[in-house]
Design a protein. Structure first.
Length: 357
């Protein structure tokens, strides 16, 4: 029987290196690929060099492929557009769907590969009731990456392998020591890959060739409270870094781009039960219907909470949580879970703020 061919996206880090190793051990014909996605005056090739070294040790073919145009068009432009519209984007979600999967699958087709694989802490299984492909929870709960994968399509999932998802991180590092001691000790990346210093506002201003645009802080009634340094510096729920003392704790309620205003509130006013999303992607379920019950996450680090689908119309859906949730943020995702399976989700809209914004 001919071995199935799989392309592994290799970053030079621990997880993707182990993914390639595990798949080779399982009998796949493995090809390593480093996806060149972003360079900004760094000349940093260490990730690709580490990936190439691992591929050589595993005795697998290795390619360094330029995906910078796909990344710019689908990820960085979306990221900057979102911030300029007063939204808080999640670039990893878009990158997974449009670049790490869509572009990599197209390249896999060129090489005649059956599958692509990544080092994500998640799994791919068919839902036992619907029979649809779904992302499912990993063994490493603290590292679980299912939230950022909810937009993948059935076609993409049908050709995806995630061998790392059944292991704890400590086990992955032990396996990595069999391959390359240096890679085994590399720290996990935490920041957005194209903004390693975490200064999102500076990145957007630099790329757009703009300067900060100060405006007013206002309360929910529209009263002016002071001056902010530019909408790019703020997100819903933020308290620190406002740069002004109000005599009591104040938090960002929302952004009003058309008036260049940052709306502030007290902590209690940040809570809501109702969340509306657009750009719905159904994964484990074929479609969402009113009355369906799920556990939902409104951000990557959010603890799941029970909610009910209240209304679905076209590409928009409203879910109501049993308990109020804090700092629901337009631009982030609401991801719905059916047990360990990702049911689907969507991008949070600004309807939550319509009464005041």
């Amino acid at each position: 029987m001919e071995k199935k061919k799989v392309i592994v996206g290799m970053s030079g880090g621990v997880d993707s290196s182990v993914a390639a190793y595990l798949l080779k051990e399982q009998g796949y014909e493995v090809i390593g690929v480093t996806m060149e996605m972003w360079k900004e005056n760094t000349g940093d090739k260490s990730g690709a060099e580490d990936a190439a070294r691992v591929a050589k040790k595993l005795e697998i073919p290795f390619y360094h492929v330029d995906f910078r145009e796909e990344f710019r068009k689908n990820v960085t432009e979306y990221f900057m557009d979102s911030y300029e519209k007063g939204l808080t984007p999640n670039p990893c979600i878009v990158c997974n769907r449009k670049v790490k999967w869509e572009a990599l699958l197209a390249y896999a087709d060129e090489l005649g590969a059956d599958y692509i694989a990544t080092g994500h802490y998640a799994g791919v299984q068919k839902h036992p009731e619907t029979g649809r492909y779904s992302i499912c929870a990993s063994a490493a709960e603290a590292k679980d990456q299912t939230y950022a994968l909810y937009r993948l399509t059935q076609e993409q999932l049908s050709r995806t392998l995630m061998p790392v998802g059944q292991y704890e991180k400590s086990e992955i590092r032990r396996i990595a020591q069999r391959i390359d001691d240096f890679v085994a000790k590399k720290s996990d990346s935490q920041d957005i890959c194209f903004i390693p210093d975490g200064d999102y506002a500076a990145f957007v201003l630099r790329q757009r060739g703009k300067k900060p645009n100060p405006g007013n802080f206002v309360d929910l009634s529209g009263n002016v409270l002071g001056q902010h340094k530019g909408l790019l510096y703020y997100t819903v729920g933020q308290r620190k870094g406002l740069g002004i003392a109000f005599g009591k704790p104040m938090y960002v309620y929302g952004l009003r781009p058309e008036k260049n205003e940052v709306v502030l509130c007290d902590n209690q006013e940040l809570f809501t039960r109702t969340v509306t999303v657009r750009e719905i992607n159904a994964m484990a379920v074929e479609q969402f219907r009113e009355g369906m019950r799920f556990q939902g996450k409104i951000r990557y680090s959010h603890k799941m909470a029970w909610c009910t689908v209240e209304h679905v119309a076209g590409d928009e859906m409203t879910c109501v949580f049993d308990e109020p949730q804090r700092a629901v943020t337009p631009g982030q995702a609401l991801v719905l879970y059916d047990g360990d399976f990702v049911a689907g989700g969507g991008t949070i809209t600004d309807k939550r703020f319509s009464a005041h914004l």
